[in-house]
Design a protein around this ligand. Structure first.
Ligand code: NDP
Length: 245
């Protein structure tokens, strides 16, 4: 909805990934002034279409739209972003079909790098509903000992320096410096911050962090592409879940 330039890039990348995977995608680019009722009516139509397996609404939505109402309108079995409260609850319980794409991408990176989470000190900086909270839960399900930090956390460096696995999802460029990281830690940078010169920058100061970390993800090119890959995975899952229902 509207003309947010970052959203345009994300939607285009998702459409390209669908094409690459052989998933049919439909885009509804709604003008900024679309009413909440109109968006919800569209979602209801897509909910009822048997040829549509997954639905997502690219966030953020314009200010006059209640984001929560939009998320709640998507049928949980088609909620490929896994933001609906039913899917959030399933993640808490540990019995889920869909996992939010960014935290799922982080877990896949960890797994594919041969890193065992069990018993590790895991620190997640950020507690948003789409990244920080589900990330913490997924690390917990893998038997990590998880600390969640946020803007009110006192002595953040002390917490981050204790991390064997550190996930930064803050939204502040270069926020985590090398001296906040334990020697040999796994550092995963979720942040995507667009700088004034148009370049992208993470939440971790890569140049100072890379000499301390045992493994580190770059921005761009680290978690971002994984997020889209996990969206494709959730969509294929949705197709199979909905077929068997
Ligand atoms: P939010 O703004 O929703 O959350 C940011 C979190 O950081 C909040 O919990 C906030 O704490 C915390 N925070 C802010 N300042 C501080 C501070 N000084 N010290 C410690 N914690 C702090 O952001 P998102 O979770 O949506 O996104 C985080 C980053 O990840 C952004 O750069 C975003 O662009 C990127 N992102 C990347 C994706 C990808 O595909 N790679 C997907 C989604 C997001 P509090 O709750 O107290 O305010």
């Amino acid at each position: 909805m509207g003309d947010d330039p970052a959203s345009r890039v994300y939607v285009n990348n998702k459409k390209k990934a669908c094409e690459y995977c052989g998933i049919l995608s439909e885009e509804y680019a709604l003008p900024y002034e679309t009413t909440q009722e109109e968006v919800i009516d569209l979602i209801k139509t897509l909910n009822s279409r048997s040829d549509i397996s997954g639905i997502l609404c690219q966030l953020p939505v314009p200010k006059h739209i209640d984001e929560e109402a939009i998320i709640n309108a998507i049928a949980p079995n088609k909620d490929v972003d896994a933001f609906h409260p039913v899917n959030v609850g399933k993640i808490m319980v540990g019995n889920y079909d869909f996992v939010p794409c960014t935290p799922a991408g982080v877990m896949e990176l960890i797994k594919e790098s041969g890193i065992d989470v069990s018993g590790k000190e895991c620190v997640v900086v950020g507690r948003s509903n789409i990244v920080g909270k589900p990330q913490a839960m997924l690390l917990l399900h893998k038997n990590g000992t998880v600390t969640i930090c946020h803007s009110r956390t006192k002595d953040l460096s002390k917490k981050t320096k204790n991390a064997d696995i550190l996930v930064a999802a803050v939204g502040i460029p270069n926020f985590i410096k090398g001296d906040m990281i334990k020697e040999g830690a796994v550092v995963i940078d979720v942040g995507i911050n667009r700088m004034e010169d148009g370049t992208l920058c993470g939440d971790v100061e890569f140049d100072t962090a890379k000499d301390v970390a045992g493994a580190i993800t770059p921005v761009p090119g680290g978690v971002g592409p994984m997020t889209i890959a996990m969206l494709m995975k959730n969509t294929v899952k949705a197709a199979s879940v909905n077929k068997t229902k």
